[in-house]
Design a protein around this ligand. Structure first.
Ligand code: F3S
Length: 64
């Protein structure tokens, strides 16, 4: 699994981080700066929940 972040959509709502604290990373201004090539299996649920929680639809999950 992979997560694509569309940085131009992110408005800093931080719901991704609340749902996926071990997957998502925010920068100093609160914008999603996650750069992860491969989500390990034990974090896939967090990744999915975080992506679903984003009201700006900034996160896309690519399943393997
Ligand atoms: Fe940005 Fe959405 Fe997270 S707006 S900080 S990617 S909840």
């Amino acid at each position: 699994m992979k997560v694509i972040v569309q940085a131009n959509r992110c408005q800093g709502h931080a719901r991704c981080l609340a749902e996926g604290p071990d997957v998502y990373v925010l920068d100093d201004l609160g914008y999603n700066s996650t750069n992860i090539d491969h989500v390990p299996p034990h974090l896939e649920d967090q990744a999915r929940r975080g992506a679903l929680a984003c009201p700006e639809l900034a996160l896309t999950i690519i399943e393997d």
